[in-house]
Design a protein around this ligand. Structure first.
Ligand code: PLP
Length: 294
């Protein structure tokens, strides 16, 4: 039985009031020829996406992901997605994911050049095995993102808060981190403020206070970080958004890279300086993230 699936979506307008959208998407062969060579997603990375974790058939935090898809589309001047249509497509493809961990990707592209309509599709595939990094953690290096912490407000066309398909820079940062002997990177603004990892949010613990960089600094607002903050607050931790100078990152009493599919990977070192790894807290955070969440 194939473990990869794809649905091609014929996007309907966000204000379309039909309730049955099942005939607006159709199963396609995930490894077959489906998209046109004129696709602007492929030519220019011009589109937005979401990655949703699926645990034992349950897609996690679908509403938060759909809301961010809507926000990314708005920032990129793409037609607003019909959330009911995307939700139905997610449910249909999640039903094909058996036990274990899967990733569902939602992609909304500007479309094929010269064509008037966006292209959209959803895929599901088995998630990589992240059990070791969830346990042993990741060594990170800080990398200058080359923009200051005011760039997002001053130059919104940089799309720093949108989850666009243009991830070549993010992938280059991970390769640079690997060249420097680390597993991953943490972007820092040119004025020394902690931002995010190339594919994850950064959360840091100082005593009973857990902090993360403010989204206004020009980072993606992570659904996993939001969910974990609600969980940590319910356990008595104080949580907050802060402007975090890079020196403070190096002095953290605990830290994690958090994202929808890798979940919580503890940070074991920053720029070769060890960070305490709290195995019990990390295990409990991942247990929470692996439990069904809506
Ligand atoms: N920041 C960036 C740049 C990301 O690519 C991601 C996820 O891929 C995140 C943060 C974390 O977002 P989420 O927790 O919603 O997966």
């Amino acid at each position: 039985m194939t473990r990869r699936h794809a649905l091609l979506i014929d996007p309907v307008a966000s204000d379309d009031d039909r309730t049955d959208v099942a005939d607006t998407f159709s199963a396609v062969d995930p490894s077959g020829p489906v998209l046109s060579l004129g696709e602007l997603s492929a030519q220019r990375g011009d589109g937005v996406f979401e990655s949703i974790g699926v645990i034992d058939g349950h897609p996690q935090e679908v509403t938060a992901h759909l809301e961010r898809l809507e926000q990314s589309a708005r920032l990129c001047d793409l037609p607003a997605p019909h959330l009911g249509q995307w939700r139905a497509a997610v449910a249909e493809i999640a039903a094909l994911c058996p036990t274990g961990e899967y990733v569902i990707k939602l992609i909304l592209s500007r479309g094929a050049d010269h064509g008037p309509a966006p292209t959209a599709w959803v895929t599901a595939s088995p998630a990589p095995d992240f059990s070791r990094v969830r346990r042993e953690g990741v060594r990170v290096v800080t990398l200058d993102r080359g923009v200051d912490s005011g760039a997002s407000a001053r130059a919104p066309w940089l799309l720093l808060g949108a989850k666009t398909l243009s991830y070549a820079v993010n992938m280059a940062a991970i390769r640079e981190a690997n060249r420097r002997g680390a597993d991953d990177a943490v972007f820092v603004s040119s004025d020394g403020i902690v931002l995010e990892a190339p594919t994850a949010s950064v959360i840091l613990r100082f005593g009973d206070r857990v902090v993360t960089p403010e989204p206004a600094a020009g980072i993606l607002h992570g659904t996993t970080q939001l969910s974990l903050f609600a969980h940590l607050a319910s356990r008595g931790f104080e949580v907050g958004y802060e402007r975090i100078p890079v020196e403070r990152l190096r002095r953290a009493e605990g830290g994690w890279l958090v994202s929808s599919v890798r979940l919580a990977a503890p940070i074991s070192a920053v720029d070769d300086r060890d960070i305490p790894l709290d195995a019990a807290l990390t295990t409990s955070l991942n247990e929470y993230l692996l439990s069904p969440r809506d």
